[in-house]
Design a protein around this ligand. Structure first.
Ligand code: CP
Length: 318
């Protein structure tokens, strides 16, 4: 594997999940693979799970790990070519990338959508520059439009807990006070479509995701109807994708909060969320603390998804 930014990069999903289970059975079985190899994790945005789980995965494989928080202690980076750099940004990504690449073998990048310009966000300008100019394998630790390590962990979790071959999985929008990117729901939709589950997306009108991510999903604007018979409820907030409201919060309607009444409509569904989660906005205390809540299991599986990706990258290094 040379890069990991989307579901297509992982290949056959059944094989990827089987490999994840193998890693989970003995996460130290491949500890020689990363000897004398260095992972550089570059964060343009905050993280708890991605930072720790990816570092742990790399250590399980015997790698050395360096972490750079671009906005804390590094020079502020200019990302656009052609800009007259007379502002507060002291270094250009075009110099910084090859310099950083010279110190490592593998690069992980977290760079969220700015939510100002849809074209810039959906062109994935930051991670694409790392892929183009680093000469190193690059993997996404959440980019502008996708969060594939999260979605892979979500898939592993569903495969572990599903009670039927083709479960009904519902992605539901839920309220949040701030504008959030579409990366997690886009990515989740991409992976659920690839897994060929019965997949339903529910959200208020105006929150339609990009058609290429919706794929074969059924879109249902009535949240309660969408929940009927569901085996998994995956909650997430996102800001509007469609013009002219790209990146805007159109609603904070708490009638969309996931609560016990709505969960009672499901087939005793498991509750999922990528975390961090705003309690009693996205989901009530009762639901997230219930035995059906898988939020901690998903976070645990982040170590596994990262380890499979790093393992495949290391196996491909010369
Ligand atoms: N789910 C997730 O990516 O968490 P962090 O933002 O804390 O890394």
């Amino acid at each position: 594997m040379k890069k990991f930014t989307c579901v297509g990069d992982i290949g056959e999903l059944r094989a990827a999940v089987a490999e994840a289970m193998e890693v989970k059975r003995d996460r130290f079985a491949f500890t020689g693979l990363g000897k004398n190899r260095t992972l550089l994790m570059i964060f343009f945005n905050s993280s708890l799970r991605t930072r720790l789980s990816t570092q742990k995965a790399a250590m399980n494989l015997g790698m050395n790990v360096m972490v750079l928080d671009v906005n804390q202690g590094a020079w502020k980076l200019e990302t656009e070519r052609g800009v007259v750099m007379d502002g507060d940004k002291a270094e250009h990504l075009l110099e910084a990338i090859p310099v950083m690449a010279s110190y490592c073998d593998v690069i992980g990048v977290r760079a969220f959508a700015q939510l100002c310009n849809k074209t810039e966000d959906y062109e994935e300008r930051i991670i694409e520059q790392f892929i183009r100019y680093s000469g190193r394998p690059v993997f996404s630790m959440e980019a502008a439009t996708r969060h594939p390590l999260q979605s892979f962990a979500d898939l592993i979790t569903i495969e572990e807990y599903k009670k039927k071959e083709r479960p009904k999985v519902v992605l539901t929008w839920a309220p949040h006070p701030k504008a959030l990117p579409q990366a997690v729901p886009n990515s989740f939709a991409e992976w659920m479509n690839a897994a060929d589950y019965e997949f339903v997306i529910t959200h208020p009108k105006g929150y339609e995701l990009a058609p290429e991510f919706v794929g074969n999903a059924r879109v249902e604007y009535d949240q309660r109807k969408a929940f009927e018979g569901a085996d998994f409820i995956y909650a997430k907030n996102w800001s509007a994708y469609a013009d002219p409201n790209y990146g805007k919060v159109l609603s904070t309607d708490r009638d969309w909060t996931v609560d016990t009444g709505k969960m009672a409509l499901t087939n005793n569904a498991y509750f999922m969320h990528c975390l961090p989660v705003r309690r009693n906005m996205i989901v009530t205390d009762e639901v997230i603390e219930s035995p059906q809540s898988l939020v901690i299991r998903e976070a645990e599986n982040r170590e596994i998804s990262a380890q499979v990706v790093l393992k495949r990258i290391l196996e491909n290094l010369k």
